[in-house]
Design a protein around this ligand. Structure first.
Ligand code: ADP
Ligand code: MG
Length: 194
């Protein structure tokens, strides 16, 4: 069983998409084991996004590649500089209003939730995903022109190790629940019969 952190970002809360996003996660078979509304501050956002020391570079590489794939010239070709700028924009975005922090648990929870959320740029995210269905007009270019973070509704941990480190930033130990769902028999019990 894996645990993964999901955050409904301020744009998701403001657009009244909390229920829609939770619905999509809930019906997947994953179990909600922690949830609360949080007003984040700059320090939390910085801590969250610098857990992986290579993130600054990978985020920049991803942005530059996305421009090139579309036949466009990236506004900045230095991945680390792009990453530092994205972190600044994220502090502004993620503290803009309350967010919903959640922990979801289940088989392959980390990669399953990433699949349900879709890729970083909503315009490129597959239809059927949260980002692709609910925010498909949002592009890297729109974010860059306005010097703001990409508004893509949700955060989801990238790896199991990342999830472990992220969860402790947002939740105390006693805010994570260990409980049974009757439903889990159907999903996981080898001897299940009606
Ligand atoms: P993901 O959230 O898909 O794991 P990243 O970890 O690469 O994506 O980036 C974290 C967040 O930073 C993204 O969800 C998005 O809100 C924002 N972001 C990423 N790249 C850019 C960019 N080039 N310009 C503006 N915002 C960005
Ligand atoms: Mg990430």
């Amino acid at each position: 069983m894996e645990k993964t952190l999901v955050i409904i970002k301020p744009d998701g809360v403001q657009r009244n998409l909390i229920g829609e996003i939770i619905c999509r996660l809930e019906r997947s078979g994953l179990k909600l084991v922690g949830m609360k509304l949080v007003q984040a501050d700059d320090k939390m956002v910085e801590k969250h996004y610098t857990i992986d020391p290579s993130w600054l570079k990978t985020v920049g590489v991803k942005a530059i590649e996305s421009y090139k794939e579309k036949g466009l010239e990236p506004p900045n070709n230095d991945p680390v500089a792009v990453g530092k700028d994205v972190l600044k924009r994220l502090k502004n975005f993620m503290t803009a209003g309350p967010v919903v922090a959640m922990v979801w648990e289940g088989n392959a929870a980390v990669s399953l939730v990433r699949k349900i959320c879709g890729s970083t740029e909503p315009f490129s995210a597959a239809i059927g995903t949260i980002r692709g269905d609910l925010s498909p007009i949002e592009t890297y270019q729109m974010a860059d022109l306005a010097n703001r973070a990409i508004r893509n509704l949700v955060h989801a941990s990238g790896t199991v190790a990342e999830a472990e480190k992220e969860i402790v930033i947002w939740f105390k130990k006693d805010e994570i629940w260990d409980y049974n769902l009757a439903r889990d028999t159907i999903l996981y019990d080898a001897n299940w019969r009606v």
